[in-house]
Design a protein around this ligand. Structure first.
Ligand SMILES: Nc1nc2c(ncn2[C@@H]2O[C@H](COP(=O)(O)OP(=O)(O)O)[C@@H](O)[C@H]2O)c(=O)[nH]1
Ligand SMILES: [Mg+2]
Length: 286
């Protein structure tokens, strides 16, 4: 399977971000804790250049704490500003606002010397579905931006202001124009950051089975009541469908239902809290 997805609205989104970045003081870069390396879009580099960046390791509730620690260690060692957060609860709200003020301390101080109060403008970037809009919502008291568990929900330009003197710009999210590393594209598909129509669900389900052939195999066997994962994919589908009773009359097994169950159960953490990307020793995150 080769994944390629770069719809026209992403070219537009990148252009919008390139314009908007001129008016912001800093960047909030939202990553999905399950697939941090895959969420790095080299095309954001230009946006980030010369601006302080706060990385939000979002959806941290979807992975094991000890796995997150491997990343926080790497971020610290590389001197990056980051906060591991769960975007929904807003628990890290105070921490995020403090950190934003800290990374913008210089400009705040410059204004203060002139007796002025500087409102910090931050542009929130990230690949689709990482939780940018959710994060902004949880930072605001009222729900102002539109969220959805599918890529491409945010369109157009949306600024929101917080009482603490912080303004946030939501952006639609974009993936790189081409995926040189298909493994990363696959991980983005696993976490729902690639539009589902782009990746055939049966192929995605097979990749999920492949993942469990190599990782956390017992969790997979327990969930689908298997003794082993058959080497042959069709056989694997047959067994899962059989155990689940996903039948299509007399015609056999319902592969569509089986594939969709695998995908939604994987994404719904029914197969456990899974981290797909781990930091590489001595390698820059960016
Ligand atoms: N469990 C969990 N779900 C999250 C978190 N952040 C976002 N989501 C969910 O992820 C989906 C995509 O969020 P959204 O904010 O629309 O992503 P965006 O495309 O980056 O703006 C929604 O279903 C959110 O409820 C988080 O920290 N934890
Ligand atoms: Mg959004």
């Amino acid at each position: 399977m080769h994944i390629q997805w770069y719809p026209g609205h992403m070219t537009k989104a990148m252009r919008m971000m390139q314009e908007a970045v001129k008016q912001v003081d800093c960047i909030i870069y939202v990553l999905d804790a399950r697939a941090i390396s895959s969420c790095i879009n080299p095309k954001f580099d230009e946006l980030i250049k010369n601006k302080p960046v706060l990385y939000i390791i979002g959806k941290s509730d979807l992975v094991e704490q000890e796995d997150i620690k491997k990343w926080t260690k790497a971020f610290s060692q590389q001197g990056k500003n980051f906060i591991a957060a769960d975007n929904v609860s807003g628990k890290q709200r105070g921490l995020i606002i403090d950190k934003l003020k800290k990374i913008n301390a210089e400009v705040i101080e410059k204004y203060a010397q002139k007796g002025a109060k500087k409102s910090i403008r931050a542009m929130v970037v990230g690949v689709p579905n990482t939780g940018k809009s959710t994060l902004i919502n949880s930072l605001c008291a009222s729900k102002k931006t539109i969220t959805g568990n599918r890529p491409g929900v945010t369109r157009g330009k949306q600024w929101v202001s917080l009482a603490e003197g912080v303004e946030l710009l939501d952006t639609p999210g974009a993936v790189p124009p081409a995926f040189e590393d298909q493994q990363k594209a696959l991980h983005l598909a696993f976490i729902g950051s690639i539009k589902d129509d782009i990746v055939p669900y049966d192929e995605l389900a097979i990749e999920i089975i492949n993942y469990f052939r190599q990782n956390k195999t017992q969790d997979f066997l327990d969930r689908y009541k298997l003794e082993s994962i058959p080497e042959d994919n069709v056989e694997a589908f047959d067994k899962i469908a059989q155990n689940r009773g996903y039948l299509l009359g007399k015609r056999g097994y319902d592969y569509e239902r089986t594939a969709k169950a695998l995908i939604s159960e994987f994404r719904g953490q029914k197969l456990g809290k899974i981290m797909l990307d781990f930091p590489e020793e001595e390698k820059e995150i960016l």
